[in-house]
Structure formats: C-alpha cells, structure tokens
Design a protein around this ligand. Structure first.
Ligand SMILES: Cc1cc2nc3c(=O)[nH]c(=O)nc-3n(C[C@H](O)[C@H](O)[C@H](O)COP(=O)(O)O)c2cc1C
Length: 320
C-alpha cells in the first residue's frame, strides 16, 4: 500500500503534494526542466495559476521583491483569460497526466459564476478535476475589500461556483490569512457546500527601497510567502481542524499551504490537520523540492510503519 495516498473527496492522489497556485505557471514551466518527469511523478495534482474571465495585464513592475525570510509579490493575476487558457494551456497541462485543479479569481459573485460556467461547459474543459476558488481577490462591487475578509461574501461566492460547477468537480475554497478568525470564513465556505479548504494565501505586506525612498513594489503592497509564513499557515490549519467537525472527521479536507520547503514542514501541516499540502515559493529556490519532500515523507512513513492518513491531526491528541 502507498503510505502517501491521499483522498480529497472523490479525488484519489498518489501523493499529497500540490503545486501552490501561481508559482508553477500554467504551461511549459515544468516541461522545460531537467528531470521534469521525476518532478511530475512526485506530485499528486497540478494547481494552475489564477485564471480570470477576461485577460489581465497584471500590476506595474516591480512585481517581486525578496525579503529576508520570504518573498513579496504583487503579480496582479496576469493571465490570458479563461477562453485562451482552455484553448492553449489546458491541453499542455493534461499532458502531465496529473489531475488538474484550476485556480479561479474574479471581481464579483456574478463573474465567479460566469467563469465557472466556461470551465464547465467548454468541451476542452471536461477533464478539469477541480476548481480552487481564490477568495483573496478584491470584491470590486464592495469597493475592493477582499471577498475572504467577509464570511457572508465567501458563502455567496462558493454557492455561485458550486451551482455552476460539474457535480463531480472538486471545489476547494482557498482562504486568505488576512482575517482575525480564520474559522469564520472557513465555516461559511463549508456551509455553502465547498468540498475542501486550502489555506493560506499570502499575508499582506510591503517593502521600501531606501535608495529610491519609494515603495519597492510597483503596486506599493503585495503578499508575503515563503518560510516566514509557515507558523501562520500551520496555526490556521490547526484552528480549522480543531474547531470545525467537518474538517476533523475528514468530510471537508484541508490543503495546507504556506512556507513549506522540506518534508518536515509538510509533515507538520499533516499533523496539524491537513490532508494534502501545497508548495509554492520553495519551488523557486529548488525545482526538485517536490521530489525531496515526497522521498522524505516516504522514508518517515517506512521508518515509523505508518501512513499519512494515520497522522492527520495527531498533534491535537485524541480529543482533537
Ligand atoms: C508569485 C506568486 C503568485 C501567486 N499567484 C496566486 C494565484 O494566482 N492564486 C492564488 O490563489 N494564490 C497565488 N499565490 C499564493 C500561493 O499559491 C500560496 O498560497 C502562497 O505563496 C503561500 O505558499 P508558499 O509560502 O509555499 O509560497 C501566489 C504566490 C506567489 C509567490
């Protein structure tokens, strides 16, 4: 038996490792790498970068700034729009022979619904395994505050997507950490019918270039990712696992994301309550990070005669 086998509702994965949205591109980034086949074999599923209804040019440069313990980015969801994505990029992704989960972003509930409609109806989109709903994007109709900051809006978005998505399509709601109590938007997403949760997206932050005496990012602010945010991600996964019965009993699995760079980090997320994990920033540093993490997890399971499924949430003790 494969000790790393993971179930996200209807989707059975050979590995708990997912690409974190926006960090592994959507098309040829993997394929051009030396040893790409090995890297793809270490993955359980491929999560795309954010796709929007219409093409977006993204934010002004500079878009990425390194910090001491991570990365600040303000890409601004640059992408070619859903129709071009389905026509040009999706077929290449399917060639990876991995379940494809499409990360979706929109500026209103209606736009989320329309976008989901395209990803459900278009013939070429039939093989999409799931949708990851990015609720960290700004709600234009509500003056730009992120959907994720308002549990009621999270519920509306999830309901709209669920209504349009194919029944067999996995829906994962990706939560923003820029909130006071992560359990509230998580509970709203569950109530609205999400199949799974993923957390965390980036933490809002900024940097100043003391040479130019200006903000370093063209957009002034961005999102912090990488090792610095791991304790925050772990805490939020643990909180949802502890407080939400659907997460604790596995009906609504959690994908843990944030600062994972080694197998030990991934294992911590599993022990906090995650079923699968996403890796983003670490992949910019070492494209073979997925292979290292997969091998480390396998070794741990072999040495301790266990399986990841048995370790999920164990840090909480028997009472959870
Ligand atoms: C350059 C970059 C682009 C990203 N783009 C997206 C995106 O399009 N949609 C999304 O939901 N998250 C996006 N994220 C957030 C990541 O998927 C992830 O949640 C975050 O970076 C934390 O994980 P990490 O510390 O392993 O990078 C992006 C992150 C980075 C660094």
């Amino acid at each position: 038996m494969n000790p790393l086998e993971t179930r996200l509702k209807t989707l059975t994965l050979n590995s708990p490792l997912l690409t974190a949205s926006g960090t592994s591109g959507t098309t040829d980034e993997m394929a051009c790498l030396h040893g790409a086949r090995g890297i793809l074999r270490a993955l359980g599923a491929f999560v795309t970068k954010g796709v929007t209804l219409r093409p977006r040019p993204g934010n002004p440069e500079v878009r990425v700034v390194e910090t001491r313990a991570g990365l600040l980015n303000s890409i601004g969801l640059q992408n070619s729009g859903v129709k071009a994505f389905v026509r040009n990029e999706l077929p290449k992704l399917h060639a990876y022979r991995l379940p494809v989960i499409v990360n979706i972003s929109a500026g209103s509930v209606e736009e989320f619904a329309e976008l989901t409609g395209h990803l459900t109806r278009l013939d070429q989109a039939k093989r999409i395994a799931g949708l990851e709903i990015n609720v960290s994007c700004p709600n234009i109709a509500a003056g730009g505050a992120a959907f994720g900051a308002d549990p009621a809006m999270v519920g509306k978005v999830v309901r709209a997507v669920r209504k349009r998505a194919r029944r067999d399509m996995l829906t994962i709601t990706k939560l923003s950490p820029n909130v006071t109590r992560i359990v509230e938007p998580a509970a709203a997403a569950i109530e609205a019918g999400t199949d799974a949760l993923s957390m965390i997206n980036t933490l809002r932050g900024t940097a100043i270039d003391i040479g130019t005496r200006r903000f370093s990012l063209g957009n002034r602010t961005g999102g912090l990712s990488g090792p610095a945010i791991k304790p925050v991600g772990l805490y939020m996964v643990g909180e949802c696992f502890r407080a939400l019965p659907e997460c604790r009993d596995g009906r609504v699995p959690i994908v843990g994301i944030g600062g994972i760079a080694a197998w030990e980090d991934a294992l911590e997320y599993i022990m906090a309550g995650a079923t699968a994990v996403g890796v983003g920033t670490a992949w910019f540093v070492d494209p073979h990070v997925f292979v290292r993490i997969r091998d480390g997890l396998k070794r741990y399971c072999r040495e301790h005669k266990t399986a990841l499924a048995e370790l999920r949430g164990c840090a909480h003790g028997r009472q959870g």
